[in-house]
Design a protein around this ligand. Sequence first.
Ligand SMILES: CC(C)(COP(=O)(O)OP(=O)(O)OC[C@H]1O[C@@H](n2cnc3c(N)ncnc32)[C@H](O)[C@@H]1OP(=O)(O)O)[C@@H](O)C(=O)NCCC(=O)NCCS
Length: 227
Amino acid sequence: MRQSGSSSTHRRRPARRRLLRPSRLHAERRVHATGVLSADGALSGARVRLRLLVAADLDEFVAYRRDVAVAAFQSWTPEFDLADARSLLAAQPAHGILPTEGEWAQLAIDAVQADGEMALVGDVGLCALAGQPDSYEICVTIAAAHQGRGYAREALEVLTDWLVDRAGAHRIIAQLDARNDGMRGLVSALGWRFEGAAVEGDWFKGEWTTLERYAVLSREWRARSRS
Ligand SMILES: CC(C)(COP(=O)(O)OP(=O)(O)OC[C@H]1O[C@@H](n2cnc3c(N)ncnc32)[C@H](O)[C@@H]1OP(=O)(O)O)[C@@H](O)C(=O)NCCC(=O)NCCS
């Protein structure tokens, strides 16, 4: 999918700083009150760990975002640089990993490597959609050297579990360029539902392109987890 962005690197919706609706407020209180996130603010799966991207990640983060293939269907270009990355950090949530309404959080994906150490392998953009309570959009990127190892799938499973079970999410969506077979393979593998396509509805990098949308409702995710 394409992470829409407000900064020079993301075609985000303009930030609309409104008061959180009660449902999200409750969700955030639950998260903080129950301490579901680990003490260092991370979500962990069998091999991956999700946490807020921080300044120490930026060299690696910029390096994989400058990869032509990684950038092809994303809102940034291979010219993505440290200044672009720093502007993302400036918009990170002040508390926890949930962004406020209309904003994106950038979550680092770490994974255990052959030497037993955790290393940054990619990231997930997480947006709290404006105008709809408890609704999120995600965007996943894995560095080319780490693709095809199931990290993206595990990261999205961990994040979706947490959003649904702990953060009170109702619906999560992903939007992708119709040419992006990797992202379609990922959301299809997760069992997310195809919601439709805006055929040649998106002027993107100098041409009309088709955007597909996939989604999962909390009840659908829970039913999948039980089956
Ligand atoms: C999309 C992306 C994150 C997938 O990463 P990945 O490391 O290949 O994903 P995983 O290894 O976790 O694979 C997850 C599933 O997607 C499937 N998949 C991955 N690439 C695929 C492809 N090109 N065609 C079909 N299916 C594919 C895998 O088969 C796997 O399904 P399975 O678990 O049933 O075997 C990666 O290709 C990427 O970073 N692309 C560039 C950035 C981008 O465009 N991101 C999407 C926009 S948000």
